[in-house]
Design a binder for this molecule. Structure first.
Ligand code: SF4
Length: 275
């Protein structure tokens, strides 16, 4: 067998798919780079669809492919585990055109990328935001897990866009829980907090969301998380968004693979906005 073939097979085996109790921990920045090799091509990025959903009072959404975490409560499609199998490549112009078409049809004034980590494929995102900036739309909501925004240069580049509002979604309140819930190494727990510091430093519009569903976050873990946010800036607590886990089919599958059982409430909130 050729060296190339062996390397390809190793890559296929090693790429983190579902998180299980025996999964090897990964560095999310390295996983971001590996995923980018699959979902980014020059300034193009893979998307599966574009349409309007009801969250944020109506928002045109591009469903992108690829993430650098493996959250056990994640709702997005199986493109997260198998990015090579889903989506088509779109240039920033093509993605903007599809968002614009969807937004005009339903008369909404907000845009976003969802279903993936939008900060992957940096060149694509920055060029897309240039188009949004020159458009009549009010806002582009950048929903992120914050991993790549620990890079201050990236945040500095984003700060030139006045229509961007960032939503940083925190997954856990301690390094151990972060690792258990996302599959990433414990040391990566600090990266989203670094991202928040960068967003403050560069004056971006943003707020913080926390997956604080009491079924997967203890009161003690939540208290630790809130203390940490408060130590960065007390106002972060005033605009905190708290999330719950919803029983999407993909969420149920991921919880099962991770060996986690949750009790389901009768009425779940439709949250189609987790990152
Ligand atoms: S919840 Fe968000 S950050 Fe976590 S795996 Fe899903 S898309 Fe990625």
């Amino acid at each position: 067998m050729s060296v190339r073939k062996v390397k390809k097979m190793q890559g296929e085996v090693m790429y983190p798919r579902f998180l299980t109790p025996t999964s090897a921990k990964f560095d999310p920045v390295e996983l971001a780079r590996r995923t980018e090799r699959i979902v980014c091509r020059g300034n193009k990025r893979k998307y599966t669809d574009f349409y309007v959903v009801g969250v944020y009072g109506g928002i045109a959404t591009g469903y992108a492919v690829g993430c650098c975490l493996r959250c056990v409560f994640c709702w997005v499609g199986l493109s997260r585990e198998f990015p090579e199998r889903f989506g088509k490549f779109y240039s920033p112009e093509e993605a903007f055109m599809r968002l614009d078409e969807a937004a005009r049809r339903r008369r909404v004034r907000k845009l976003r990328i969802s279903g993936a980590e939008p900060t992957l494929c940096r060149q694509h995102l920055l060029e897309l935001l240039e188009l949004v900036e020159r458009s009549p739309y009010d806002v582009f909501i950048l929903e992120t897990n914050g991993i790549l925004l620990a890079d201050e240069d990236y945040v500095a580049e984003l700060s030139r866009f006045k229509k961007v509002h960032v939503r940083v979604s925190l997954k856990a309140g301690t390094p151990e829980e972060f690792s258990k819930k996302t599959g990433a190494v414990e040391s990566a727990f600090e990266l989203p907090f670094e991202a928040i510091r960068n967003l403050i430093k560069h004056g971006l519009s943003f707020h913080v969301a926390v997956m604080s569903d009491p079924r997967i976050m203890s009161a003690e873990e939540r208290a630790n998380l809130l203390r940490k946010l408060k130590s960065i800036e007390p106002r972060l607590l005033k605009m905190l968004e708290e999330e719950v886990v919803d029983p999407y089919e993909t969420t149920l599958l991921r919880l099962e693979k991770a060996g986690i059982r949750l009790k389901w409430r009768r009425a779940g909130r439709c949250s189609d906005n987790l990152t």
